[in-house]
Design a protein around this ligand. Structure first.
Ligand code: ADP
Ligand code: MG
Length: 211
């Protein structure tokens, strides 16, 4: 069916995420220097370089792809974000099984399984000033636009993620290292919400190109 997503598209997404994080590495690290320990950009860039090195030859299916991505992030990214992003991908894989092509509903369900895994692991709720503030609204936007196909769903999700990221600025952090700052964490964007927005924007760009 036209508009469905292939494993190759998902491999391109991961490459796109690596490229976006590399391009925004200093910005992510600057955000983390304001309310954390100034390592988010370098953590994620290092992990995603290791991921991309494992994608040649390309995995046979989406389940294998996301298992490789998740395991590599868990083992190479330090800090909170490694296990959390690792969990996101490790939970997405089984939701896609070995499907060759995926429609928007299937991919949305996989994203939801991934984000639920992050919530189960990190215990963050919406408004705690974490990556969840970008990921959770993105899922809802995806579902709302899923009947228009993957490129539209991804566009809606990326917009919602960016709004969620921007909305973290005034918040006081209640999870992760930034929470140690208490009220002083307000007035800064959350770095993990910024990288999670890059993840959704990379998916939007990949699917727009593939369409
Ligand atoms: P660390 O804080 O260990 O240095 P990073 O700097 O790589 O790790 O990542 C920080 C980001 O991780 C935060 O900006 C936040 O978005 C995310 N984060 C931290 N703790 C949690 C949590 N419990 N649940 C969800 N996301 C979290
Ligand atoms: Mg950090």
């Amino acid at each position: 069916m036209t508009g469905d997503v292939s494993t190759d598209d998902l491999v391109s997404w991961i490459h796109g995420f690596r490229d976006a994080v590399a391009a925004h590495k200093d910005e992510l690290t600057r955000l983390d220097s304001e309310i954390g320990d100034a390592d988010h950009g370098s953590n994620m860039a290092r992990g995603l370089d290791a991921v991309v090195a494992k994608l040649d030859p390309a995995p046979a299916n989406a389940a294998e792809l996301f298992k490789t991505v998740g395991m590599t992030l868990v083992s190479t990214v330090g800090g909170a974000s490694g296990p959390l992003y690792g969990t996101l991908f490790l939970r997405m894989g089984p939701a896609l099984a070995s499907a060759e092509r995926m429609d928007a509903a299937t991919l949305g369900a996989a994203l939801r399984a991934g984000v639920e895994g992050v919530i189960a692991r990190g215990k963050a709720e919406l408004g705690d000033k974490t990556m969840i503030d970008a990921l959770s609204p993105a899922l809802d936007a995806w579902d709302g636009a899923a009947d228009q196909g993957p490129p539209s769903a991804a566009r809606a999700a990326a917009e919602a993620a960016a709004r969620g990221r921007d909305a973290t600025e005034p918040l006081v952090a209640r999870k992760g290292r930034a929470s140690y700052l208490g009220e002083r964490s307000a007035g800064h964007l959350d770095p993990g919400a910024a990288s999670a927005t890059l993840l959704l924007e990379a998916l939007r760009d990949t699917l727009a190109d593939a369409a």
